[in-house]
Design a protein around this ligand. Structure first.
Ligand code: F6R
Length: 607
């Protein structure tokens, strides 16, 4: 999604803004721009495509000025070209914006009737003209901004620059995140703490409905009634890392390889491996006291929740409802007094997940969330959080956050099973011991990379792929298909293996590879029958299983990825790795932009 930066300081800001924008690249974007006040005038450079294009422009035509705003744009209204790129200008105002102004058509019509001429197709430009109109009517910049903000409906984080005041950036937030960074005689605005990391770790997060007046000397924050509000300044927890790929070609590759370590860190946060027990971490509800758990999330985080459902129901006997957050938020699900809600989000900013959380808040149920960004909005609005210790995930396709989310679900299943008396101490200890082996098996899975790379070369030749799995391998099949399509652009579908004959079997022919995820578990034989159905119709099978499974399947002509033999409980965590590697290497062979695939954003802050 769009990224925002604002700096008011003592040095030329354009290079600093570009530097900060680079740290927001991971969010996904398709054009970028920067505006400053140079020699008393608003000036800007914008470019379609990656930041390198903007840098080239700035090298040809440098931009001076000690105050400025910058933007990476993920197109919503209007194609990703230079004209639609931010910052947008109207008279003496410049604006960058993340979000969607829902009443923009109505506002645009009103402004056109007033004689304003629109240069772009964006919803953002209406805000610039609204403010310009207030300025023309004699309002001071701060008052003009406030008056315009009150007219806006929808989601926005924005930053404004005013010609005539070189010590003022106005920022506002309603939905997408916006943070103020505090420096020494220098102040910043940014979409997240990562963007501001080179400048400061002292951060104040705006809350929904807040707007701020930022000057070199500090920032004042107001609410939508215009009253001053106090928001706590904090040391950011996510800033100390460098956005660095190390020796890897892509962040995604690096993040896949980090998994043994981050899974271990995450598990060790919740489990005590020395005595095989669950640590007494805080939970916002007691699992023994709830009769239902509602889980809601988007994309890969949703699929982690789906595996969590299998585990929580099986081991702790808690009925779990799981929903895609964009559905949950509108479907008015009844929640009883004894329900609890659990949200899953790497970024902690996903608009639909946040809206679902707020629905549950209004329903009065206790709220927990599994988040990777600990100072995110979802984290801050939850009654309690279960942090994943994945570290910053930069590749747009989620990998290590997913396996860390699974690690938490597995730990919660053990904890909940003990609290509800559905697991004995011995059973729980055995499960914790199994989990303690997950990082080791994940390392072993990484050693299969060469074999997977070879299969990926074949996969890169096809247009359609089917993924099949049963039980906890079913959400993995969905995840495999999601990963492949998002980074290689090959069409892929995931199905429950048993569902094959209810429709998708019609697709099977010799051109359609079918990737079957089937550790040798209780239901392995059932999946083998489904594989036979595929083989009988000439389908090409790629089987991900263990040694026993490979021997048991006995399928002529099938490609097999042989995983280490491991306890059934931890298989979803470890089997995620070959699935990720398969998608990664296919995309590499195809030459796509692996870390920032087309049309996708890392942090989806609009619905
Ligand atoms: C897929 C992927 C997305 C995210 C989804 C939710 O690889 O990364 O499907 O999982 O956009 O994002 P978060 O977890 O930040 O809420």
């Amino acid at each position: 999604m769009c990224g925002i930066v604002g700096i008011v300081g003592h040095n030329p800001v354009a290079p600093l803004i570009v530097d900060a924008l680079k740290r927001l690249e991971y969010r996904g974007y398709d054009s970028a721009g920067v505006a400053t006040i140079e020699d008393g005038r608003l000036a800007r450079r914008r470019a379609e495509g990656k930041l390198i294009n903007l840098e080239r422009k700035l090298a040809e035509e440098p931009l001076g000025g000690l105050i400025g705003i910058g933007h990476t744009r993920w197109a919503t209204h209007g194609v990703p070209n230079e004209v639609n790129a931010h910052p947008h200008f109207s008279e003496n105002v410049a604006i960058v914006h993340n979000g969607i102004i829902e009443n923009f058509s109505e506002l645009r019509a009103e402004l056109v009737a007033d004689g304003f001429v629109f240069a772009s197709q964006t919803d953002t430009e209406v805000v610039a003209h609204l403010i310009a109109r207030e300025l023309m009517r004699g309002a001071a910049p701060k008052d003009a901004a406030f008056a315009a903000l009150k007219r806006l409906q929808g989601a926005f984080a924005l930053a404004l620059l005013f010609r005539g005041d070189e010590d003022l950036i106005v920022g506002a937030r309603n939905g997408p995140p916006l943070a103020i960074g505090h420096g020494e005689g220098e102040m910043y605005l940014g979409s997240d703490a990562i963007a501001l990391a080179p400048f400061t770790e002292a951060i104040t997060y705006l809350e929904d409905g807040d707007w701020t007046v930022v000057r070199r000397s500090g920032a004042e924050i107001f609410d939508m009634e215009g009253r001053t509000v106090q928001r706590q300044q904090q040391q950011s927890v996510g800033t100390s890392f460098l956005v660095d790929k190390g020796n890897h070609r892509h962040f995604m590759e690096k993040e896949i390889h980090e998994q043994p370590e981050v899974i271990a860190h995450t598990l060790a946060h919740y489990l005590d491996f020395t005595n095989g027990s669950v640590k007494p971490f805080e939970t916002p509800f007691n699992f023994a006291e709830i009769d239902r758990l509602a889980i809601s999330a988007c994309g890969t985080a949703y699929l982690a929740g789906l595996i969590g459902k299998y585990w929580l129901e099986r081991y702790a006997r808690i009925p779990v409802d799981i929903d895609i957050a964009s559905e949950f938020r509108y479907r008015e699900m009844p929640l009883s007094n004894a329900s609890a809600a659990l949200f899953v989000s790497q970024s902690g900013e996903t608009a639909d997940t946040l809206a679902s959380l707020r629905y549950c808040r209004a329903e009065g149920v206790p709220i927990a969330s599994i988040v990777n960004v600990r100072d995110s909005t979802i984290a801050r609005e939850s009654d309690g959080i279960f942090p994943t210790l994945a570290g910053p995930e930069i590749g747009v396709a989620s990998t290590k956050a997913f396996t860390c989310q699974l690690s938490i679900f597995a730990s919660l299943a053990v904890r909940a099973g003990l609290e509800r008396g559905t697991l004995t101490q011995d059973e729980a200890r055995a499960m914790v011991r199994s989990l303690s082996e997950a990082p080791r098996y994940a390392s072993q899975a990484l050693r299969l990379e060469e074999r997977i790379e070879k299969i990926a070369r074949e996969l890169s030749q096809v247009r359609h792929v089917l993924y099949l799995g049963r039980d906890t391998s079913y959400p993995l099949a969905l995840e495999g298909a999601l990963k492949l399509k998002e980074i290689s652009y090959i069409h892929a579908e995931g199905y429950a293996a048993g569902e094959l004959k209810h429709g998708p079997i019609a697709l099977i022919d010799e051109t359609m590879p079918v990737i079957v995820i089937a550790p040798h578990d209780r239901i392995f034989e059932k999946t083998v029958s489904n594989m036979q159905e595929v083989a009988a119709r000439g389908g090409r099978i790629i089987l991900i299983t263990d040694e026993e499974g490979a021997a048991g399947a006995a399928l002529d002509g099938a490609e097999t990825i042989v995983m280490p033999t491991m306890p059934e409980f931890i298989a979803p965590i470890v089997y995620a790795l070959p699935i990720q590697m398969l998608a990664y290497h296919t995309a590499v062979v195809m030459g796509t932009d692996v870390d920032q695939p087309r049309n996708l954003a890392k942090s989806v802050t609009v619905e």
